[in-house]
Design a binder for this molecule. Sequence first.
Ligand SMILES: NC(=O)c1ccc[n+]([C@@H]2O[C@H](COP(=O)([O-])OP(=O)(O)OC[C@H]3O[C@@H](n4cnc5c(N)ncnc54)[C@H](OP(=O)(O)O)[C@@H]3O)[C@@H](O)[C@H]2O)c1
Length: 330
Amino acid sequence: MSFRALLSSQVDKTYTHEVVELDDSRLPAGDVTIDVDYSSLNYKDGLVLTGRGRLVKEYPHVGGIDLAGTVTESGSPRWKAGQQVLLTGFRVGEIWWGGYASKARVKGEWLCAVPNGISTRQTMAIGTAGFTAMLAIDQLEQAGMRPGQGPVLVTGASGGVGSTAVHLLSRLGYEVVASTGRAAERRDELVRFGATEVIERDSIADVPERPLLSERWAGVVDAVGGSTLSHVLAELKYGAGVAACGLAGGDKITSTVIPFLLRGNNLFGIDSVMRPVEGRQEVWQRAASTMDLAMLDAMTTEIGLADLPAAAETILQGQVAGRWVVNVNR
Ligand SMILES: NC(=O)c1ccc[n+]([C@@H]2O[C@H](COP(=O)([O-])OP(=O)(O)OC[C@H]3O[C@@H](n4cnc5c(N)ncnc54)[C@H](OP(=O)(O)O)[C@@H]3O)[C@@H](O)[C@H]2O)c1
């Protein structure tokens, strides 16, 4: 038996990728084997495919941090053949062969069921990005964020985490302000996904000279980090928080403790990768049930395995809009 995969190889600092047919004996030693339908493209997949970040320890490698498909064999008491499952995180696609293949073998303890009411393709349209956006919103809500308190900001709004966060927040009744570096090109789409206002990335990208600016945001889902995160920390309303999800704009922040001391603000870290499996299913179900599936489909672009090397460059240049799913049989 064999399967199709995008096999990545490394020679010195050169990374090459080829769509190949591999024997099943090449699969890693997990307890659940899956016929994969779809994977997706995330910022981290861009890093893995280009070798940036040195996330992969051994080559040849199969990337793809997300996957969804059907169980074909299982030695895990939690799963049986025929069940539709998904996997995000746990460093699959980095230190374990991932979703850029028509078969995957993984640990049953890493899997969730495909949420009720959505397809494997829609599951991957949500993917790590949408799961992270849902975790961020859950975290802000646990800290008291509610609709009606004022605008909630989403940074990097055209990207995967950003566009899913805009849509989820809007469906949950929030007033959503979308910050993007591509306002001219992306404004109409972002409004369609649920943004009430679209602002230019540059307008919130400078490190403020004063520790506090006018109170503006009832919450922030931040995919950008860097000076943008430094800026928005000074603009939070009293008691509001930022969910820091990403670093597309940089990993260094410059701030003071003043917003935390005088406005009771919070900075929450969001990690989707090693998030314990307990509670993941509920987060997935909430994301799937909250999304307007027609809108999710509208924010989805489908590519094939051979398209991935070029797509990796596109996402690292900040040029991917919405979510790109990978049809591993295409
Ligand atoms: N914490 C976690 O568990 C977790 C999970 C998923 C992703 N992430 C991180 O979250 C970030 C977004 O991931 P993604 O998959 O959504 O990537 P993505 O689709 O590429 O989205 C990133 C967006 O950030 C904006 N951006 C890009 N370069 C920028 C720059 N130099 N300065 C300011 N803004 C910039 C762009 O949006 P605009 O064009 O609209 O400005 C871009 O679309 C990444 O850093 C990723 O590593 C973390």
